[in-house]
Design a protein around this ligand. Structure first.
Ligand SMILES: Nc1ncnc2c1ncn2[C@@H]1O[C@H](COP(=O)(O)OP(=O)(O)OP(=O)(O)O)[C@@H](O)[C@H]1O
Ligand SMILES: [Mg+2]
Length: 244
């Protein structure tokens, strides 16, 4: 790591010190109500993930993987049960606290990239850094080094529509690392990617984990599922089971 990078590491690292569970879900259910219909997306899910673990969740389409990840990352609410993020009972807080907390503690790689279409690659990577007090020039340098890490430093001024799917997902991975968060949440991060981009995304997830980050991945990718030393889970109709 370069000296400059060290200077602009954010509060996240110190916040993860002494944490018992990166995420803990207790009897979590998520029911969506559409008119008179109720859709049980998650049913009585229990999960305890220790800091530094690599967790892989497989499951068919519609089984609840995205719902689970959104609840772990405090983007969505459980309708029943308790949710702890870095030991904090995150459901007990208002949206403003939740937003700040997830920005410093989680890096999210979405199934559909979710880059902001009017911002360049560099600005997208800098977006989560907006709560920090470091000089803009230092943040820009860090964002550039993250773009370099995903092999796209020469595309820093491109808008999302000028980039391929694989390149957009690599930008999204750089954005997830922006605040150096202790928890990385990735939702089918290699689906629909060319083999080169997929390889890079898989490698970065492994490296982040080797560097001590907790990584939770929803995936069908056999190469991620084959990750050694990972914990494996299956999601079926909203129920989560560990494969041992
Ligand atoms: N906002 C919502 N409103 C209503 N139903 C929803 C909502 N989000 C998800 N669902 C339903 O919850 C269930 C689980 O959806 P989810 O997106 O979590 O599945 P998934 O395992 O991620 O699927 P995929 O592999 O296709 O991404 C599905 O039946 C889905 O239709
Ligand atoms: Mg999904």
């Amino acid at each position: 790591m370069e000296e400059d990078d060290e200077e602009i590491i954010l509060v996240a690292e110190s916040e993860s010190a002494g944490v018992k569970y990166a995420t803990r879900l207790v009897d979590v259910s998520r029911v969506y109500e559409i008119g008179s219909r109720k859709i049980v997306a998650l049913h009585d899910v229990n999960l305890e993930v220790r800091p530094g673990e690599f967790v892989v969740v497989e499951g068919p389409s519609g089984s609840g993987k995205t719902t689970l990840l959104n609840i772990i990352g405090a983007i969505d609410y459980a309708t029943e049960g308790r949710v702890f993020l870095m030991d904090v009972p995150i459901q007990d807080y208002d949206e403003s606290f939740r937003a700040t907390f997830r920005l410093t503690n989680t890096g999210f790689v979405f199934q559909s990239y979710n880059l902001i279409s009017t911002l360049t690659a560099l600005e997208n990577v800098m977006f989560p850094m907006q709560l920090t007090e470091h000089p803009r020039a230092a943040l820009k340098e860090r964002a550039k080094s993250l773009l370099e890490r995903v092999g796209l430093d020469d595309r820093w001024d491109h808008l999302p529509w000028q980039l391929s799917s694989g390149e957009q997902q690599r930008i999204a991975v750089a954005r997830a690392m922006a605040n150096d968060p202790p928890l990385i949440l990735a939702d089918e991060p290699t689906a629909n990617l060319d083999e080169e981009s997929a390889d890079l995304v898989r490698r970065i997830l492994r490296e982040l984990n080797e560097a001590g980050k907790t990584v939770i991945v929803m995936t069908h990718d056999p190469k991620i599922i084959g990750t050694e030393d990972a914990r494996h889970f299956k999601m079926q109709r909203g129920e989560l089971t560990e494969i041992v």
